[in-house]
Design a protein around this ligand. Structure first.
Ligand code: ATR
Length: 286
């Protein structure tokens, strides 16, 4: 039996066990289990000692431990190192190797919605851990320009530095909401990476409706990393202007499938029906 788990705190409403079990079902893997392990930071070290000697075959890591686990690993892939964030750990014999599949999940969701990055212009709302993964994908994909809107300017500066470290050719601007609205006609996609609008605060939006009216059109995609509710107030405001919308569910599914591929090997990403997994999760959220 292969054993996998999600580490974090709190994990009360996590969809990951349901999602991973649905992936195993699709792949007809019947000798794998996936559970949540709620863990405070002071218990991480002891957990990893047990993990290393065979307690688990792999773990996913979520808030607040994506950076905390790094000193406990033997190897960290360069992208996870750059973001200082590991969301997937694979045990090979007694070595623990860290990866970041959030980037792969975001890149998958963009490409499956036919949003191409090269030469495009993008905006990121927020500048935390998720924003760094999004920014790194835009930089790697050779975006022409990225605008960052964040409440705390210092964190926006840090994100700007990260994007330019990945790809110095990307032009990065820090903007306020008015400044963002001025880029409207050039923007291919605006991504909300903050948790503003997540249930139970689903009436909140990261941008005022007057700004959304100026910003969105059928030419500018709205992407919200939030998936509960499925249609956030931000996506609803964009949709009102005729904008195509993407919620965070496909990214959640794709990062999980990429984790399973790291753990199990083989070409799992190409063989899984991502849309059917998204539908399974939609039913659980509705
Ligand atoms: P995650 O890993 O999900 O990205 P995080 O690292 O805590 O979480 O980052 C959350 C981001 O959302 C931050 O950029 C935060 O803004 P600050 O840098 O100013 O803290 C942003 N954010 C969270 N709540 C917000 C709110 N109510 N209004 C505006 N921005 C918010």
């Amino acid at each position: 039996m292969k054993r996998f788990a999600l580490l974090g705190e709190p994990l009360g409403h996590s969809l990951s066990p349901l999602l991973h079990k649905a992936i195993y079902r699709q792949l007809e893997i019947d000798d794998a289990s996936y559970r949540t392990v709620e863990l405070a930071e002071d218990r991480l070290k002891a957990f990893f000692s047990g993990f290393r000697v065979g307690g688990f075959d792999g773990v996913n890591v979520t808030v607040p431990h994506k950076a905390n686990v790094i000193p406990l690993l033997d190897e960290v892939d360069p992208k996870a190192q750059l973001l200082n964030a590991v969301n997937t750990v694979h045990r090979i014999d007694n070595r623990l190797i860290g990866h970041n599949t959030d980037l792969l999940g975001f890149a998958y969701s963009l490409s499956s919605n036919e949003v191409s990055i090269a030469g495009g212009e993008f905006a990121i709302i927020g500048a935390g851990g998720s924003a760094q993964a999004v920014g790194a994908v835009f930089a790697e994909g050779e975006a022409k320009q990225v605008s960052i809107l964040n409440r705390t300017p210092e964190r926006a500066e840090t994100l700007k530095r990260l994007i330019q470290e990945v790809n110095p050719a990307v032009k990065v601007e820090l903007v306020d909401a008015q400044g963002l609205a001025k880029r409207a006609k050039y923007l291919d996609c605006v991504v909300n990476t903050t948790s503003v609008g997540m249930a139970p605060n689903s009436k909140e939006t990261p941008l005022e409706s007057a700004i959304c009216e100026q910003l969105f059109s059928p030419e500018t995609v709205a992407f919200d990393l939030v998936y509960n509710p499925l249609k956030t107030a931000f996506l609803a405001a964009a949709e009102k202007q005729g904008a195509p919308t993407i919620n965070g569910l496909q990214m959640l599914v794709a990062q999980a499938v990429h984790s399973v591929e790291i753990w199990m090997g083989g070409n799992i990403v190409a063989h899984v029906d991502m849309n059917s997994l998204v539908r399974d999760l939609e039913k659980a959220i509705k």
